[in-house]
Design a protein around this ligand. Structure first.
Ligand code: GLU
Length: 446
C-alpha cells in the first residue's frame, strides 16, 4: 500500500506553497487508495510553537484533508537515538567541534577562493589529544554523517532522472551539541519506520534528497520514491515564507477565500492542467498528475485566486455547504442556496441575501417616475401561495397594465423589493420575500 506524508515544521503558519505540498500528497494518497500521514517535524525547539502545530491541524481540517495518523518528531527521540547508534557503530558518524562562527568563516573563505562552500571534513583529522583538549575547554561535539563517495541518483517523479555528486555536499550534521537530532536525519528514520513509500515535496529539498538517499542506504532501509514539485512565488517572484503572512492559509480563510479554491489553485497552477473550479476533492484528485507539473516556479496571482474562489462558490452543491449556511443563520434550504450562489463572491454573503429576503429593509428611495408603477405593482400583487412562476404572472400583468417592460419594469421592482440594483433572479428570490414583506416594501417605495 502507498504511504504518503505531509511533514511541516510547526515554526510558522502554513502558506499556499505548503498547501501545494499537502494537497499533492493527500490527493495522490486518496487516488491510490493509500495512507496519509501528518508528521510534525518539531525538532527545532527554539522555533517550534504549539500555536503553529494547532494551526496546521486547523488548516488541514479547513482544506478537507483527513489524515490516517499523526506523529510528532519530539516524541520519537528513542528511535533516532537507536538509529544514531547504528550509524556510529558502522563508522558513519564523526564528532566535530566547530562553532557556528568557525563554520561560517570556512564557508566564506571557500567562496572567496572560488571553491564550493563544502565542509572540509577537518574534524576527521582530529587527534585524540586535540579532542580531549577541546572537551576540556567545555566544547561539546555535534555529529556529522560521512557521506559516501561518488554520485547518487534517483528517478524523480517530477524532474525525471537526477544525479548529484555527493562530493559537492557537506557531510550533514545529524545531531547538535545539545544532543538534539536534526531534520535531515530524523526524517529518514521516520520515513523508514513509518513505511513511507512516496515523498512529494518542494524543489528546495532536492539536495536533501541526495543526502537522505545516502542515509537510507547506510541504515539499510529501502528509500521512498521522491518527487520534487516546482515552488510557488509571490507576484513579484519572491519565495513564500512561513514568517510573512500574506498568503498564509489562515489569512486566506479570513478573507473568505473558499478552501476548495485554495486546494485547486495550489495544485493546478504551474501545471499543464488549466486552473479551474472543481466540485470537490474527488474531482481535483482526478486532475492531479505529477507528470503535468512544470519545472519552473509558478507565480501566485491573488486576483486569479479570488476569481477562482467565486466560481467555486457558484458551483458548490447544497449538501456540501448546508452546515456552513446553518451556522450563518441562512435558511431556505437547497432552493435558497441555488437562488443566491451565483451572485456570491464569498459564501458568507449568502447571509446578506437571506437578510435582504427575510429581514426588514432599510429605506429604499424610489425614483419619482416609478411611484405609479410601484403602486400598481402593490395593488396587483398575486395572492399566496407563491412559487417561481409568481414573478412571471405578476410582471406580465403589470406590463400590460402600465406599458412598462424590460429594465424600465424590472429595475424599479428590484430596487423596491431588495434595496439593491443587482442580485439573484427575482423569480426565485420572490417566494422567500413573501407577500407581506413584498407589499410593505412596495408601499414604502411609493
Ligand atoms: N519539515 C520539512 C519541511 O517543512 C519536511 C520536508 C520533507 O517533506 O521531508 O520542509
Amino acid at each position: 500500500m502507498s504511504v504518503f506524508r505531509f511533514a511541516p515544521s510547526p515554526t510558522g503558519f502554513l502558506h499556499l506553497g505548503n498547501a501545494r505540498t499537502l494537497m499533492l500528497n493527500a490527493l495522490l494518497a486518496r487516488k491510490s487508495g493509500g495512507r496519509m500521514i501528518l508528521r510534525l517535524d518539531d525538532t527545532d525547539v527554539a522555533r517550534v510553537r504549539e500555536e503553529y502545530a494547532e494551526a496546521v491541524r486547523d488548516d488541514l481540517a479547513w482544506l478537507g484533508v483527513a489524515v490516517d495518523a499523526e506523529y510528532r518528531q519530539s516524541e520519537r527521540a528513542a528511535l533516532y537515538s537507536a538509529a544514531f547508534e547504528r550509524l556510529r557503530e558502522a563508522g558513519r558518524l564523526y564528532p566535530a567541534y566547530e562553532t557556528e562562527e568557525e563554520l561560517d568563516l570556512g564557508r566564506r573563505l571557500a567562496r572567496a577562493s572560488g571553491r564550493p562552500p563544502v565542509y572540509d571534513r577537518r574534524a576527521l583529522t582530529l587527534t585524540k589529544e586535540r579532542r580531549a583538549a577541546l572537551e576540556a575547554q567545555g566544547r561539546r561535539p555535534h555529529w556529522r554523517f560521512r557521506l559516501s563517495d561518488g554520485r547518487i541518483g534517483w528517478k524523480d517523479g517530477v524532474r525525471g532522472p537526477q544525479e548529484i555528486d555527493l562530493a559537492s555536499l557537506s557531510d550533514p550534521i545529524v545531531a547538535r551539541d545539545d544532543g538534539g537530532f536534526l531534520y535531515v536525519f530524523t526524517s529518514v528514520v521516520d520515513d523508514a519506520d513509518l513505511g513511507v513509500t512516496d515523498v512529494v515535496r518542494g524543489e528546495d529539498h532536492v539536495t536533501n534528497t541526495a543526502v537522505q538517499l545516502d542515509l537510507f542506504a547506510a541504515l539499510g532501509a529501502p528509500p521512498p520514491a521522491f518527487a520534487h514539485h516546482n515552488l510557488l512565488t509571490t507576484a513579484d517572484g519572491a519565495g513564500l515564507s512561513k514568517r510573512e503572512g500574506s498568503l498564509s492559509l489562515g489569512s486566506l480563510r479570513e478573507q473568505g477565500v473558499e478552501a476548495l479554491a485554495v486546494a485547486a489553485y495550489a495544485t493546478l497552477i504551474g501545471s499543464s492542467e488549466a486552473v479551474r473550479p472543481v466540485a470537490d476533492l474527488e474531482e481535483l484528485a482526478g486532475l492531479i498528475d505529477l507528470g503535468k507539473l512544470s519545472r519552473s516556479p509558478a507565480r501566485v496571482d491573488p486576483e486569479e485566486l479570488s476569481a477562482l474562489s467565486a466560481k467555486t462558490v457558484h458551483g458548490l452543491a447544497y449538501h456540501a455547504v448546508a452546515p456552513r449556511l446553518e451556522a450563518l443563520g441562512v435558511g431556505g434550504g437547497a432552493a435558497f442556496w441555488e437562488t443566491v450562489r451565483g451572485n456570491l463572491a464569498r459564501l458568507d454573503e449568502a447571509a446578506d441575501w437571506w437578510r435582504i429576503a427575510t429581514a426588514p429593509l432599510g429605506t429604499v428611495p424610489a425614483a419619482h417616475e416609478d411611484a405609479a408603477l410601484l403602486a400598481e405593482a402593490a395593488a396587483s400583487l398575486p395572492s399566496e401561495p407563491w412559487d417561481e412562476r409568481t414573478w412571471k404572472t405578476w410582471t406580465s400583468a403589470l406590463s400590460s397594465a402600465t406599458g412598462r417592460k424590460g429594465r424600465g419594469l424590472f429595475a424599479p421592482l428590484r430596487l423596491a423589493l431588495t434595496g439593491e440594483p443587482h442580485g439573484p433572479e427575482l423569480a426565485r428570490l420572490l417566494p422567500f420575500i413573501g407577500r407581506a414583506r413584498a407589499l410593505e416594501r412596495l408601499h414604502r417605495s411609493t
